[in-house]
Design a binder for this molecule. Sequence first.
Ligand SMILES: Cc1cc2nc3c(=O)[nH]c(=O)nc-3n(C[C@H](O)[C@H](O)[C@H](O)COP(=O)(O)OP(=O)(O)OC[C@H]3O[C@@H](n4cnc5c(N)ncnc54)[C@H](O)[C@@H]3O)c2cc1C
Ligand SMILES: *[C@@H]1O[C@H](CO)[C@@H](O)[C@H](O)[C@H]1NC(C)=O
Ligand SMILES: *[C@@H]1O[C@H](CO)[C@@H](O)[C@H](O)[C@H]1NC(C)=O
Length: 286
Amino acid sequence: MDFEQLVALASSPAFIVTGGLILAGILFATVFSSGNRKVLKPTEWQEYPLVKKTQISPNTAIYRFSLPRESDILGLPIGKHISVSATIDGKEISRSYTPISNDEQKGSFDLLIKSYEKGNISRHFTTLKLGDNLRVKGPRGAFDYTPGLTGAFGMIAGGSGITPMYQIINAVLRNASDKTQVRLIYANVNEEDILLRSELDVLADAHPDRFKVFYVLNNPPAGWTGGVGFVSKDQIQTHLPASTHNAKILMCGPPPMLKAMKVHLDELQWPAPRTVSKLDDKVFLF
Ligand SMILES: Cc1cc2nc3c(=O)[nH]c(=O)nc-3n(C[C@H](O)[C@H](O)[C@H](O)COP(=O)(O)OP(=O)(O)OC[C@H]3O[C@@H](n4cnc5c(N)ncnc54)[C@H](O)[C@@H]3O)c2cc1C
Ligand SMILES: *[C@@H]1O[C@H](CO)[C@@H](O)[C@H](O)[C@H]1NC(C)=O
Ligand SMILES: *[C@@H]1O[C@H](CO)[C@@H](O)[C@H](O)[C@H]1NC(C)=O
């Protein structure tokens, strides 16, 4: 091609239109990909500062951490969690946490933390002041929710074990075309300990065809209509899908509770969970 042909081509309408489209494409990609920059790295610890703390009970608070840019998102697929680490008494300790904010939240993420007096990492949160950094890595975990994974979820959560369930419940219900049935048994000691109760009740009221929640308390107040004591085999049979259904059981809670639930599930013909759960398991432990 000689120079004249080149000039003719460069000034042809097709060339200008094509060039314009390419430029628009680059502009679009720049604006939208940077708008969705995912900051989590699976193998590298990163630090994010605490920007807000909302105390919701004597031992529980919502902590908001900010991401480097206002347009950043955490980048955590539904069903996955993050690792949080801190150096405590010279020892590096890490624990799992699932944000209660969804992955479309830009510029920050929120953790709901129940702190135990003797807990290592959960107590570390209570020592953070505004501006202090939290060390985070992720995504972690074998669970990865996509619609159609199962026909129904039967969830059993204890205490702060509600957060992985809450993330999945929200993802299912947010999508009007997702027909997955969700049933939750949520166990706590006292009524004040029930986390995200109003959020769960609002979701159950708004989606009665897809989501039901049953609360169980060790120390119920007078007039309590939910379950009483520890989660029983009968309650599982009554409130969760049967093992013969196209269903999965998801569990997260204190180890003694999980141990008791494994016995109930076995008697209800659910397969035994593995030590480390995999996505296609019928019974999945977070
Ligand atoms: C996938 C996943 C997501 C999670 N998400 C969250 C979350 O969003 N928010 C949250 O707060 N936690 C969450 N947890 C629990 C969290 O990982 C820790 O187990 C919890 O914060 C306690 O850790 P710790 O280091 O403070 O206590 P540890 O050092 O592990 O325990 C020390 C002591 O603390 C007390 N303790 C610890 N845990 C409990 C308990 N469950 N019940 C009663 N006493 C206890 C006991 O006295 C124990 O001996 C999640 C767990 C998993 C597996
Ligand atoms: C966490 O805290 C407990 C009690 O406070 C302690 O015995 C334990 O060694 C700590 N570390 C780990 C890894 O659990
Ligand atoms: C919503 O659910 C439908 C049907 O299961 C699925 O095809 C679609 O991808 C889901 N949408 C989102 C945003 O996940």
